[in-house]
Design a binder for this molecule. Structure first.
Ligand code: ADP
Length: 640
């Protein structure tokens, strides 16, 4: 649609009006006009609304265009004012231009009329745009600075005063760089960066936003975020926004975040230390209970000791859970990615739970999809932990019926496989309004759960975090009174047979006969020393004890007769790594031959590498599993 042009025609000759109208009707716009026949009418119309164009006939006596122009000027309007006249001379022309007319057309050259109207309308439009831009620049909370190619400021928007306190002229030319930067070098650096900004090179009209500290007139600093864009004639336009408040808020937020993180760290460190501290005596309780159970006992004594051992194990698993959770929360839990036999791992976990299920007279079934590749890459320990929790819960909360573990392959490529692991039970189920909270820490579906079934509500929290860490998903569906189904979906890369399955082979031997070995135990904790000594002496071994690495080195140096050394890792004075390195490298050949097995509470991939690096052959966990200790003594001991 054509643009609508509202026009006042100031004229009282019908003939002249019709000529004007006929000319205007050829224009590329839709005309809407009013005729003013007197100056009074003209003034009234001017005040009535905004107009796009004024055409005035100079030759009508009653209406002298110069008077009309004065009225028009007094109203400070930007509407194009074009005068038409029969005659013209230089004086007249000058007079009208001085009064503010935009152009002067002689009737004999009326052909000029329309082009002049077009031009003036276009100019008026541009002026309006510029004024609008200036008005915007004045009122927005950003400032515009235009720099010439040499970096000097050739334009600064009025908002500079509002934002920085400087008058526009105070920042023009090179002043900008002197007054707004305290550091001359920094000013030169920024100026050069602006000067060298090559828009053609990066094929983009805007730069990245950069943040700079700008000195205000009052001497305070403000953070201004600048975006540089390409101006005309190789100038550079910088638009700056005051982000002092936001940056201050960001800094406050960062402070609060750091504080929260530190608090979390303190909590996690505390939990880690506490559980470590509790674990050591707990190990002793379990270890000595084990030793006592191997002696001759009355039925009643045996029952009490077995209860003690079960309680000890529950406490230990609770402590391990807390430790895992604190590691998970501080992102310190290391995840392994090694080839492992998937079906075997799942079967082992299910087998572990079979006895419990039998005791409760419920079926524990395992359904494995035949298409699951044998070797997968992943973390078998964490997978077992997840399954043990889910199957453990299912068995715990089921009194009749079955628990079914099924694994199916959802999608498979030569490289990877999406597996779905479902643990389904016909147990007590979970009430619908609690179903979303079971994954939360220390939450149980009912307040009497802990009393009836035990547990702390940490298991599923850890499961969910572990599943997330392994990039899987876990869902739960349950009908109260009917049963629950926990589903895990997880992607595994398929392991290749070239990679060896990382599980040391255990040596098959007739268990627990006298070993007659010379063993050096390096351990700083007195209770653990006693536990190890008693345990090893049961197997008729000769045990020497060292309280730290230095004592161990001295003993080996004096008498390198040991068949094996069991070496704690963390010890005061000299730790296990250091002591092992010295024994392996700096003593006699005989000493270097003695196999050293580490005793450790946790064996991350990094730690295993470190102890192998130091020269140790293997590790055993503290508290040691009696069978594992026995196997490793047989496997590694040197025969003299
Ligand atoms: P815990 O078993 O130590 O209480 P979990 O985090 O493993 O803690 O489980 C949280 C709660 O979720 C349980 O206390 C129980 O109320 C509910 N729950 C978990 N698994 C099942 C299940 N298979 N059947 C019924 N309720 C379950």
């Amino acid at each position: 649609m054509n643009r609508l042009i509202t026009t006042i025609i100031l004229d009282d000759s019908e003939e002249s009006i019709s000529v004007i109208l006929s000319e205007l009707s050829k224009g590329n716009f839709t005309l809407s006009y009013k005729v003013a026949r007197t100056l009074l009418e003209f003034e009234k119309l001017l005040k009535e609304k905004e107009w796009d164009l004024i055409i005035s006939n100079r030759d009508i006596d009653k209406i002298r265009s110069d008077k009309a122009l004065k009225i028009y000027n007094s109203l400070k309007l930007d509407v194009p004012f074009i005068v038409i006249s029969e005659m013209i001379n230089k004086e007249l022309l000058l007079n009208y231009y001085n009064l503010g007319a935009n152009d002067f057309i002689v009737r004999t050259s009326i052909f000029r009329f329309l082009p002049v109207v077009d031009r003036e309308l276009k100019n008026a439009e541009n002026v309006k745009k510029v004024k609008q831009s200036l008005a915007i620049l004045k009122h927005v909370d950003s400032m515009v600075i235009v720099c010439e190619r040499d970096g000097s400021v050739s334009y600064a928007s009025p908002s500079v005063e509002k934002m920085l306190g400087y008058k526009v002229e105070e920042v023009m030319g090179d002043n900008w760089w002197k007054v707004t930067y305290e550091n001359e070098k920094e000013a030169d650096r920024v100026r050069n960066a602006i000067r060298n900004y090559d828009f053609d090179d990066i094929k983009q009209d805007f730069s990245e936003i950069s943040r700079r500290k700008i000195k205000t007139k009052s001497g305070e600093y403000k953070w201004i975020e600048w975006q540089v864009s390409k101006g005309i004639n190789k100038t550079i336009i910088s638009v700056g926004i005051d982000s002092t408040d936001r940056i201050r808020a960001e800094k406050e937020l960062q402070k609060a975040k750091t504080y929260a993180e530190e608090t979390l760290k303190i909590k996690n460190d505390f939990l880690a230390n506490m559980s470590h501290e509790i674990r050591t005596p707990m190990n002793a309780v379990i270890g000595f209970t084990d030793l006592l159970l191997e002696t001759e006992l009355t039925e009643e004594q045996r029952l009490h000791l077995e209860t003690m051992k079960t309680s000890g194990n529950i406490l230990l698993s609770l402590i391990n859970n807390i430790l895992d959770l604190s590691k998970l929360e501080s992102n310190k839990l290391e995840i392994e990615n090694i080839p492992f036999n998937f079906s075997k791992t799942v079967t082992e976990v299910v087998n572990l739970m079979t006895l419990k299920a039998k005791e409760k007279n419920i079926d524990l079934e395992l359904v494995l999809d035949k298409n699951i590749p044998k070797l997968l890459n992943g973390d078998p320990t964490r997978l077992s932990q997840i399954l043990l929790n889910l199957i453990g819960n299912a068995v715990k909360f089921t009194h009749k019926g079955y628990v079914r573990v099924s694994v199916s392959s959802l999608k498979q490529t030569p490289e990877d496989v999406d597996l779905e692991i479902v643990v389904e039970d016909t147990g007590i189920g979970i009430v619908s309004n609690k179903i979303n909270t079971v994954f939360g820490a220390f939450t149980q579906a009912k307040s009497d759960t802990s009393r009836i079934y035990g547990g702390t509500g940490l298991g599923l929290t850890i499961v969910k975090k572990l599943v997330n860490l392994l990039n899987g998903k876990i869902f739960v569906k349950s009908v109260f009174g009917k049963g629950s189904t926990f589903t895990i979906q997880m992607n595994f890369k398929i392991g290749t047979s070239k990679e060896t399955v990382a599980k040391p082979k255990t040596v098959e031997v007739a268990k627990r006969k006298a070993l007659h070995l010379n063993i050096l135990v390096v351990e700083d904790n007195k209770i653990n020393q006693l536990l190890a000594k008693t345990r090893l002496e049961r197997w008729e071994c000769n045990v020497d004890m060292a309280n730290n690495g230095i004592e161990a080195v001295k003993l080996v140096q004096k008498n390198p007769v040991y068949n094996i050394i069991l070496m704690d890792i963390q010890m005061p004075v000299m730790d296990g790594f250091e002591a092992t390195k010295i024994i392996k490298n700096d003593l006699s050949d005989e000493a270097a031959k003695i196999p050293i097995v580490a005793m450790t509470a946790h064996a991350s991939k990094k730690e295993i590498l470190r102890l192998k690096d130091a020269g140790m052959v293997d590790y055993i966990f503290k508290p040691f599993d009696v069978d594992d200790l026995y196997d490793k003594l047989i496997k590694y001991s040197l025969s003299h």
